[in-house]
Design a protein around this ligand. Structure first.
Ligand code: MG
Length: 159
């Protein structure tokens, strides 16, 4: 089978006064996502979707949060490495579709910038990258603005 699909999910807690990276861009907001890396849930979910499509494990296997190498790292570097790993196995990414779940801020003004940022890292057209956002209708940890989550699917094919 030359075409494969993968799924990824990620979640990070939100904290006052730290930078908020989503889809490779800095989002102006009073809170940011906390993590070992820059805690970009969009890029992490995409990494896991791509790795999953190739049955190559997950982001924690390749970039362990116990390693100092990845402390505070720009997740665009992680995504680039995942794309390079897939290329080394003969795979290229097709399209990616992401659903971001957070209460605030409104993400619509940043979607185009995210698409271009992700596409550049993945060396593909922005038309291959879809980013959507929804709230959690004020329910649960996302609804209480304690965290942010992202789901992604990715299609890959054998070159
Ligand atoms: Mg993560």
């Amino acid at each position: 089978m030359n075409i494969r699909v993968g799924f990824g999910f990620d979640v990070h807690s939100l904290e006052e006064g730290i930078p908020f990276y989503l889809g490779g861009i800095l989002i102006p907001h009073s809170k940011g996502a906390k993590g070992h890396s820059d805690a970009d849930v969009v890029l992490h979910a995409i990494c896991d979707a791509l790795l999953g499509a190739a049955a190559l494990g997950d982001i924690g296997k390749h970039f362990p949060d116990t390693s100092n190498e990845f402390k505070g790292i720009d997740s665009k570097i992680l995504l680039r490495r995942v794309v390079e790993l897939l290329a080394s196995k003969g795979y290229q990414a097709g399209n990616v579709d992401v659903s971001l779940v957070l209460e605030k801020p409104k993400i619509a003004p940043y979607i185009t910038q995210m698409q271009h940022s992700i596409a550049e890292v993945m060396n593909t057209d922005a038309g291959n990258i879809s980013v959507k956002a929804t709230t959690n209708e004020r329910m649960g940890f996302v609804g209480r603005e304690e965290g942010v989550a992202a789901y992604a699917v990715a299609l890959i094919s054998k070159i």
